[in-house]
Design a protein around this ligand. Structure first.
Ligand code: FAD
Length: 406
């Protein structure tokens, strides 16, 4: 006999727990199933030195906010794990840890959720399994010489655990610039392959740039107001790092550290990596977008003040167009090329050819099925910790209507 409940929430990261908070508020019986422990991704899938790029004062969940002594600081992964675990305890979320969902099937009455510890039948299901379950690695990784070690952001822990020799970091979004900086500071030669990226100064006019993103309303922009939603959902994460000095970590900072910048990795031929030319154009585009962002902040503030503008990205006099990976110069390739969700266990036909869930603001293309925590799900800030509250409330509102409990 299967267990029966109104709603199964899959995943006990901050998104699943926020859904649970609003389900409890509406007295909707539910369980939260989690294959690992609460906040598993922060406990098991992050590198050792990681700090949030969002400041502590922004870390808030429904009824639960940062209350420590350093509101302008940035939490370590362990601190984020503790913050989320405290939220789970405070909201008395009915979490079952160590339970892996192996399939979700649609039935006439709702959904059958199969787990490695038995089946659960429910009228509705919330997918809160995360947007970053797997590293997204390009196909050319398969052809790399065996002498080069390959590491993704999931396996990477610290520079001293890398193989001897130089390191090629691929990808210059938040993960790539943070890892390139840390590995270079450890004394290794580092080459960074740079494609499209999003520049942001850490502070602007004395305030954290994310204060501007939040207060100016950019982050709160709704998914149905965004001009090009497909593009917005694919935007690279900003080049930001959380440090006590509130330092900017852009490509100029990496050049100053001695990181060698090359273009986007476009092909692999006979063990040689080939990089695109045109770095100057890539830099110019990122500089222009940053300029527009800061102009937008000034226009919003409407006080006539203009902050100091960051120096344009300095292009190297010459950048290498190829790198022989069989020469021994590079010991490790670090793939910082993004993340993707994993729905291999979802037996409902709602995933498109690119592995993305078909949904409208978290209302999935199958009645009674919902999602949370995906890029620009209902707002630009949907994947960020502080972005979940409004999304979860609205998705649970819809879910309650579906169950006839509104
Ligand atoms: C490197 C990195 C840095 C980030 N930095 C910041 C930051 O500075 N500030 C910020 O606000 N956000 C940041 N984010 C974004 C976001 O906050 C995190 O991705 C966060 O973990 C997302 O929370 P979530 O609850 O949506 O998913 P997750 O935390 O991934 O939780 C999903 C849960 O579902 C579980 N699960 C998955 N599949 C199954 C299954 N089949 N059965 C049972 N359980 C399952 C997983 O074990 C996991 O615990 C960062 C993300 C990454 C990857």
């Amino acid at each position: 006999m299967s267990e029966v409940t109104s709603t199964v929430v899959i995943g006990a990261g901050h998104a699943g727990l926020a859904a649970s908070h609003f389900l409890t508020e509406r007295s909707i019986d539910h369980v939260v199933v989690e294959r690992g422990e609460v906040a598993n991704s922060w406990r098991r899938e992050r590198w050792e030195s990681l700090r949030l790029l969002t400041p502590n004062w922004l870390s808030r969940l429904p009824g639960h906010a940062y209350s420590g002594a350093d509101p302008d600081g940035y939490m370590s992964a362990t601190e984020v794990g503790d913050f989320i675990a405290d939220f789970a305890v405070g909201s008395q979320a009915p979490v079952r840890t160590g339970v892996t969902v192996t399939s979700v099937r649609r039935t006439e009455a709702g959904y059958d959720v199969a787990t490695d510890q038995g089946a659960i039948r429910a009228g509705s299901v919330v997918l809160a399994t995360g947007a970053c379950n797997r590293p997204s690695v390009p196909g050319l990784a398969a052809g790399l010489p065996a002498s080069v070690e390959q590491v993704t952001a999931f396996d990477y822990r610290s520079p001293d655990r890398l193989a001897e020799g130089g390191v090629l970091v691929v990808g210059a979004s938040a993960t790539g610039v943070q890892l390139a900086s840390e590995i270079r500071r450890s004394g290794r030669p580092v080459t960074l392959s740079v494609g499209e990226h999003t520049r942001m100064p850490r502070t602007y006019q004395g305030r954290d740039v994310l204060w501007w993103m939040e207060e100016s309303g950019i982050w709160g922009q709704r998914y149905d107001e965004v001009d090009d939603l497909v593009r917005a959902r694919r935007l690279p994460s900003p080049q930001l790092v959380g440090t006590p000095e509130r330092a900017t970590l852009d490509l100029n900072a990496l050049t100053d550290l001695g990181v060698d910048l090359v273009g986007r990795w476009s092909a692999l031929r006979d063990g040689t990596a080939l990089f695109s030319g045109g770095l100057r154009n890539v830099f110019a585009l990122a500089d222009l977008k940053q300029q527009r962002l800061l102009d937008g902040f000034d226009a919003w503030a409407a006080d006539g003040a203009t902050g100091e503008r960051p120096e344009p990205t300095r292009a190297p006099a010459t950048s290498r167009l190829q790198l022989d990976l069989t020469s021994g110069e590079i010991g490790t390739v670090v793939w910082a090329t993004g993340y993707r969700p994993d729905y291999s266990w979802l037996d409902v036909p709602v995933v498109d050819g690119k592995g993305q869930l078909r949904h409208d603001g978290g209302v999935v293309d199958s009645p009674g099925l919902y999602a949370l925590g995906l890029p620009v799900l209902r707002r630009r800030k949907s994947t960020f910790i502080h972005g979940i509250e409004d999304d979860a409330r609205e998705v649970v509102d819809h879910l309650a209507g579906w169950l006839g409990r509104s």
